[in-house]
Design a protein around this ligand. Sequence first.
Ligand code: ADP
Ligand code: MG
Length: 708
Amino acid sequence: MSSIPDTPTLTLLTPVEDLPGAGPRAARGLRRLGIRCLADLVLHLPSRYERELAEATIAELSDQLGPEHGNTVNLAVRGEIATVQSRRGRTSRVEITLEDGTGTVRIIWFNMAWMARKIHPGMRIRAWGKGKRNGDVLELANPRWTPLDEQDDAGTSADERLVPIYSANDEITSATIEAIVGRVLDAALALLDDHLVDDYRASKEMPTLSDAYRLLHRPTSDGDIAEGRRRLAFDELLFLQLAVMMKRHHRRTACIAPELEFSDAIDEHIRARLPFTLTSYQDQVSRDIAHDLQRSVPMNRLLQGDVGAGKTAIALYAMLMAVASGHQAALMAPTELLAEQHEVSLRSMLDGGRVQIDLITGSLAPAVRRERLERIAAGDTDLIIGTHALLTESVEFNSLAAVVIDEQHRFGVHQRATLRSKANDEHSAPHVLVMTATPIPRTLSLTLFGDLDCSVIHGRPPGRQPITTTHVPLGAREQAYATVRAHLERGEQAYIVVPVIEKTDSALRDVATHLDWLRQGPLAGFNLEAMHGRLDRETRDDIMRRFRAGDVQALVATTVIEVGVDVPNATIIAIEHAERFGLAQLHQMRGRVGRGTQPSACILIGDPTTDDGIARVDALVETDDGFRIAEKDLEIRGPGELFGARQSGLPPFRVADIMRDLELLQMARRDATEWIQRSPRLDEPQDRLLRRRLLKAYGEALGLGDVA
Ligand code: ADP
Ligand code: MG
């Protein structure tokens, strides 16, 4: 047998420099795309496909076009460049003639002077685009084209062809990637083992892994692409579901949470602390939670409830159950302002009792912080309220039994895991309740939050008035503030939101300027204050206290008031440059009003110019149902951004699209659930490869290290 010295035996780890067809420049280009070895190249899927037209000879095309001037047709031709002329000027023009032995076509590129450097007489190319008859000649204007090397030129493509388009760069073109893939794909795929066993795969009517990659790199039809994608999308969804289920199983079996005491007396005691009677939905959720907390399986529950639905009372309920059993509970909020607000309201509800509360945020003076940390570690503090600062290592709890994470949409999987790990030892875990006002569409709750049990508080507490939302263009701003003024004159209060704290070059309103303008103009005579993240804690506290007491009538604020602030007498919110905020954020801000018994209003001030901006403002005016808003948001922004991969800490999907692939997602979820029940650690011999790939993909993000 003769050996070919310059074609090394390929393995999936063969570096790109050693791949046949990849010169140094191409290899550099590949590396810049993150492709280091053969396996990476196989994983580099086309980002889209172009339909390449069937080719015909120039004579055939001429017949097709007929004798009439001006007929146009989509066509593709190949041939040799006979002449090149270029003319510069206001509209530059590069003109060539292309011959294929049966006739001549004239090709013209307008305003692409650089084309003259890329082509030369004698070169063979393939060109495609819209052709037409111009007098006697066949003419092709601004066609797309590729040079043909000997290999490409082997035969004409008589059939339509789907051309894979790969993301590329200035050192390697999509066509070169296609050519390299063409030479190595079969060898690579022969080395690729499938992690799904044949029977299972066949029962899903899925192609093998190798076939799926082949279908996507070299499709012959749209059906091929769909089939290849279906398999790879399913794999991604299945992996995530398996990982999430594995984690959940591990947590439920390997970790023990404190079994909290519960009795009618405890229940009554807790309810007596609340200044209102729970609604039936709150009641149901509190019972679900009481049930969970009595068990040694750590609770992992998601509480969804629209802005103003009354989630804080539920948080308190869970936390007081921990305290009643002699343990500690923590409440984590996404902003300092919200943490402070929680502290204030919990203190007032628990006033006169024995429950000790401490606040931990990033801006505490070191001495104060140290003192509080000592109290917490000694178990002298019962309820700990804080921001991200709770996650730092120096925070040690004495006996943490329950953790509540407020406004989960601001946190990721990582943070949940960190707080959970604050239990006393590796085999114990606190009960966790995460709360969000951003309703999570079903598709997402199946993926990112797939390991959580869900509870929902529908509706709002009784006696609430609806919020009327209107859009006011910039030109009618004065009118908007006349409405605000009317509310203030009735003894009600207002929020006015602006996008920036300090003056910028743009025409955006900033806190200080806007405050001055309002004080001297439309809201003269009322007591207005600024509220933003750069104020120190004391100033912030003082202003919030006076606002709550009604001494300050309006806050001119940044989005710091977005979450959690709860002043029922505030009945109107005006949002400047509303189009600049996200939909969920606008909905949250609007939720600051409508908390009392007076009718409330939300005024969106701005001139949206983009489609998205207009859609957001319209959506808000149209509905104040948080679930509808979340769905709209998903439509406008797509799922990727909503609970961004960045935030979630999970690797993004390459192929799957949870909106489009809902059916696959449900199938993956069903199968993963069964699978993990049958084999919680995936340690059956036939699952070995699956398990290895799974841990590689999700082990770190989901902290599966301890499982494996
Ligand atoms: P969110 O779900 O947005 O966190 P909050 O817990 O801040 O909502 O509650 C919103 C407002 O509704 C608060 O003023 C709270 O005191 C009030 N509230 C909550 N539950 C009830 C209830 N069952 N009856 C009356 N008022 C309630
Ligand atoms: Mg809240």
